[in-house]
Design a protein around this ligand. Structure first.
Ligand SMILES: Cc1ncc(COP(=O)(O)O)c(C=O)c1O
Length: 500
């Protein structure tokens, strides 16, 4: 598939999809097609009043003049081509199934049943879903764990090299870059290593849509030469929730197959509101992104410095760099360590909600994470700093000696007895937790932080891993994933005993 901008006259200030929709809506056609609310006339009046007629007038469907995401030839193709240019990709595909849909497409585009894919152990659940769908076999790499912060970073270049040397037949290497916390690996080098084995690099770029547009931020997947990147425009790029893109570089991957798989995983009733929001977000990033991100970095750095002035709090900055998996970082992410106050991140999240009506992006045992975007101003960051000052004042009496010492341990990676897909489709049964050693698990169990699965379906349960779970629960770390939240039982593959 050759890249071509169908209307050569388009530039990054144009929004062919959004403008095309507006022009269509202006004609005010009589609609005998879905959606049945017909420009809002048939929708609940309270909702209509709230959402507004403008939004409802472009809540349309893939009728002839409006192109079709499944086989784009018109305004959607033009918008995707402009996005490809903006992101330095050979092709960009819009996703209305979030980055999860784009990630599943990446994995399924390179892996078939029984084929290997190298993935970090702390992957997003969409990667494991795709591994189940495709029947691929995961080769796990342990991410680097930051014992100070109690979070996991990315994977190291050394570990990728080792994994590829042991498994040169792998069909892909998947990298999370940057991580949720904004830390990135040396992606260019990882790409170089993988390409020397002729293996494509798939990047989970859910938290990095903006990094392409400012030189002070880590290299984007396309800048680093990766083959595919699933990128959440909705998270940090200004489009509506659920809208993402899949960027593709030609060479090691089959572009037609990628488009086909994305289509297989996508609703036929694609939301034009979401698609149009991708078109306008691309325009803003391409034309004003640098300036907006510049201001955002400055605001974030000012906030970071102010937080670092507060006793017993630490907002992580460039000092985190220079370790094996911390090659670069995104300063717009404020990782605020609260452990010196002898509070957990969860405690602080609740305190901020109740006292200041502040909602954080996430919290864990040691930290809260706040993201700063072009949508923020000194008003919001000022309130955050004020709130944190009060927090420090209120809890300073418990800071110091009494700090909880929670060690973030790494569980051993169990042996994968059968592919996750086979485990998923096997007959299963529930057994008591303490009697499960030796059995093959059929569910995911992970501890957060650091967000690493202890078990994925198909692995053999060991006494060591069970005692790791018990210890983890004892120190108060949340264990996620199992059907039985209390972990009194585990779901395992049913054993068939001989009939007597
Ligand atoms: C690391 C990572 N990858 C992928 C995703 C999935 O993105 P989306 O919610 O757009 O499907 C997320 C979502 O939070 C994520 O944190």
């Amino acid at each position: 598939m050759k890249r071509c901008i169908s209307k050569l006259t388009y530039s990054q200030i144009d929004t062919p999809l959004f403008t095309g929709l507006l022009n269509h809506a202006k004609k005010n056609p009589i609609q005998f097609h879905i959606p049945g609310h017909k420009k809002g006339a048939g929708i609940d009046p309270v909702f209509r009043e709230f959402i507004g007629d403008n939004a409802l007038s472009i809540d349309l469907i893939n009728i002839g003049p409006l192109d079709d995401l499944h086989q784009p030839k018109g305004m959607i193709k033009d918008a995707q081509d402009l996005a490809a240019k903006a992101f330095g990709a050979d092709h960009t595909f819009f996703s209305v199934q979030g980055t999860s849909g784009a990630i599943m497409t990446m994995v399924m585009a390179v892996c078939g049943p029984g084929e290997k894919i190298i993935v970090p152990r702390n992957v997003h659940k969409s990667v494991m879903s795709a591994i189940v769908f495709s029947g691929a076999v995961p080769i796990f790499i342990h991410p680097e764990v930051d014992k100070e912060l109690g979070i996991s970073h990315g994977i190291t270049t050394e570990s990728v090299e080792k994994a590829l040397t042991q498994h040169p037949d792998a069909k892909g290497v998947l990298v999370i870059n940057p991580t949720y916390f904004g830390i990135s690996a040396d992606l260019s080098q990882i790409v170089e290593i993988a390409h020397s084995f002729n293996v494509p690099v798939l990047v989970d770029e859910a938290h990095g849509v903006h990094i392409h547009f400012h030189e002070e931020l880590p290299l984007s997947a396309m800048q680093a030469g990766a083959d595919m990147a699933a990128t959440s425009v909705h998270k940090l790029g200004g489009s509506m929730t659920q809208s993402s893109i899949l960027n593709v570089r030609e060479g090691l991957v089959n572009v037609n197959r990628i488009q086909g798989i994305l289509s297989m995983l996508t609703t036929t009733s694609t939301s034009y509101l979401l698609l149009a929001s991708l078109d306008v977000a691309r325009k803003r990033l391409a034309t004003e992104g640098h300036m907006l991100i510049e201001k955002t970095i400055q605001l974030a750095n000012k906030t970071r410095n102010a937080i670092n002035e507060i006793d017993h709090l630490q907002c992580i900055g460039p000092e985190i760099l220079g370790r094996k998996a911390t090659f670069d970082y995104d300063p717009t992410k404020l990782i605020i360590s609260v452990k010196s106050l002898n509070l957990t991140g969860y405690d602080v999240e609740k305190w901020l909600r109740q006292k200041y009506n502040i909602e954080v992006e996430l919290s864990d045992l040691y930290n809260i994470l706040c993201i700063i975007t072009p949508g923020d101003s000194e008003m919001e960051t000022g309130t955050l700093v004020e709130a944190l000052k009060e927090l420090s004042e209120e809890f300073k009496h418990q800071a110091g000696d009494s700090e909880k010492e929670v060690k973030v341990l790494l569980p051993d990676i169990p042996v994968l007895a059968i592919a996750p897909r086979d485990a998923f489709y096997s007959e299963t049964e529930v057994v008591p937790f303490e009697e499960s050693a030796g059995r093959i698990i059929a569910e995911f169990i992970m501890v957060y932080p650091p967000g690493i699965p202890i078990f994925t379906p198909g692995e053999i349960i060991t006494e060591d891993n069970l005692s790791y779970i018990t210890k983890t629960l004892e120190v108060g770390l949340p264990v996620q994933g199992p059907e039985d939240y209390e972990l009194k039982s585990l779901r395992v593959i049913k054993e068939h005993k001989a009939i007597q």
